[in-house]
Design a protein around this ligand. Structure first.
Ligand code: NAD
Length: 504
């Protein structure tokens, strides 16, 4: 069908972007080229108003010496067209290579990772009929900031970075997504019973923003039991919003239990840029055999079309795809599941034949599975964030991390008490987060990194000046101790804004 024709047919629905969009497309490695060709065939036959421009990324580009698997020319094209439809790539083994996905996410501010996990009962065998969850994972912050240090010979650390604007943006995105897609509930999962400041901020922001969406139910689960519930009764969840690491783990888990990894799409969305891909890799063992399931990448293409205002085409593609599944026209991965479940009556097809079957069903809707409708799914992507930069921060003390491998907590504590004055007093030492001085818990293992907390002697915090802190460090050095790092303890608008040592 002629793309312009489709646009005209849908005029007046309020959802149609009629302009042809240029879309950078990477065919990727392994099974990438064959599944991408199949997907583009379907999208174009469905009348997608897109014009692919092919870009090189992946294995060959890594081997040419580009450490993130992407060339300057590709960067330029992505910067220009802002949307990226990407097949999986092979990341070479060994050091020196950077993840292309992480690099692109960071460069283009793709703060939201959207991963629908849907089961297709009764068509595809699943233990979880009724599962229709969308995980919205924060995509830029958390431990993925990748800030890691060797603190002492025994101790390594990784910094978990969350920002208030980052939390606000992803939480608002989750609620807006729920509203646009007619979802009823947003669940937040954190570990804020332990990570009171970082996950605590995420949860607090969630509670604040939830109040602005009274039409949507909001709930919070601690991530451990929450993930267990997700794995056990996913049908009880709707939209789930999570900090980066938990979202990464939960979304892979859900894709796995939903059916086949070959079915799951993912979108990385930012204010201006977006990248759409299947969640699986390049499955090199299956490459070039016309075997792989193109569904994950196709559904990513559907998400892309909705994103660029071509919900009409997205709907045609998605419904034809559902009808194909329903007609039991399956690639090997689904056939394998069916065989294991004792299901018969399917037709096993290759990648190309599957795509052809979807094309033949364009314009049809499934009868057993629920058809999709993408009218009015546009949602805002630019969100206001609270400006907290001028909030008052007062110094309440310092934590000095000391490398010391021979002394006991008691010996170190007595030594530091003598070095603290006149401005400071030593209030506690903790090791691996556990208070060990004064009054150590018997049996706690002590590493060679000690967090030594100094607060002001007396109650006048104004005495904690930069010069006083430097003098303290000099006294510590002068006593032959090595300080590995220093963290300032702040009060934010008068509230303690640092963690206590366990047992403190
Ligand atoms: P993989 O997802 O490529 O494959 C694991 C298995 O899943 C395959 O052996 C196959 O049995 C099955 N599978 C995956 N996709 C399928 C499909 N479309 N149809 C049918 N079955 C499918 O994971 P892997 O083997 O761990 O990784 C292979 C390569 O892919 C690695 O180089 C890895 O770094 C890369 N990778 C890339 C991405 C990406 O580009 N976004 C994501 C994950 C892995």
């Amino acid at each position: 069908m002629n793309p312009a024709q489709v646009a005209k047919d849908k005029e007046g629905t309020g959802q149609t972007e009629t302009q042809v969009r240029t879309i950078p497309v990477a065919r990727g490695d392994g099974i990438g080229p064959e599944i991408m060709d199949a997907c583009l065939h379907i999208l174009m036959e469905a009348g997608a108003r897109i014009e692919p421009v092919f870009v090189e990324i992946g294995e060959k580009v890594y081997q040419q010496g580009h450490s993130a698997g992407i060339t300057p020319e590709t960067w330029e094209i992505l910067r220009k067209y802002k949307i990226f439809y990407k097949a999986p790539i092979t990341t070479p083994q060994g050091g020196g290579y950077k993840s292309l996905n992480v690099t692109v996410r960071k460069a283009f501010g793709l703060f939201a990772n959207v991963r629908p996990a849907v089961s297709y009962a009764p068509v595809i065998p699943t233990k979880y009929p009724g599962m229709d969850v969308v995980v919205i994972r924060e995509n830029e912050e958390d431990l993925y900031a990748g800030i890691e240090y060797q603190l002492t010979p025994e101790v390594v650390e990784s910094l978990k970075i969350l920002t208030r604007p980052g939390c606000e943006r992803i939480v608002r995105f989750a609620f807006e997504y729920a509203r646009a897609y007619g979802r009823k509930k947003v669940t937040c999962m954190t570990k804020d019973n332990i990570l009171k400041l970082t996950d605590g901020l995420f949860h607090k922001v969630f509670d604040e923003i939830a109040k602005e969406y009274p039409d949507i139910e909001a709930e919070h689960w601690i991530v451990d039991i929450g993930t267990a519930k997700l794995a056990d009764t996913p049908e009880q969840f709707d939209v789930v919003v999570m900090p980066n690491l938990y979202g990464d783990i939960a979304s892979d888990m859900l894709a796995q239990i939903a059916g086949s990894v070959g079915l799951a799409p993912g979108a990385n969305i930012g204010e201006e840029y977006a990248m759409f891909e299947a969640i699986h890799g390049s499955a090199p063992r299956h490459a070039g055999q016309n075997k792989a399931n193109p569904s994950g990448l196709l559904l990513a293409g559907v998400m892309m079309l909705v994103h660029i205002g071509q919900g009409d085409v997205a709907e045609r593609v998605h419904n034809a795809w559902l009808k194909t599944l329903e007609d039991k026209i399956w690639t090997y991965d689904l056939v394998r599941k069916a065989k294991a479940a004792g299901i018969t009556g399917y037709r096993e097809v290759g990648t190309r034949e599957f795509a052809e079957a979807v094309v033949e069903r364009l314009g049809e809707e499934p009868t057993h599975l629920k058809p999709v409708h993408y009218a009015g799914k546009a949602m805002p992507l630019k969100f206001p964030t609270t400006d907290v930069r001028s909030r008052r921060m007062d110094l309440d003390g310092v934590d000095v991390f000391i490398r010391e491998g021979t002394k006991t907590a008691e010996e170190l504590g007595r030594l530091l008490e003598g070095l603290a004055g006149p401005e400071f007093q030593l209030v506690m030492i903790s090791n691996r987060g556990q208070k060990v001085y004064p009054d150590a818990m018997p049996g706690a293992y002590c590493s060679d990194s000690w967090r030594c907390r100094f607060k002001v002697a007396g109650d006048d915090n104004a005495k904690i000046t930069p010069a006083a802190v430097r003098a303290l460090l000099e006294r510590i050095e002068g006593a032959g101790l090595e300080w590995a790092k220093l963290e300032k303890l702040y009060l934010l608008e008068g509230e303690r804004a640092y963690s206590l040592g366990q047992g403190e």
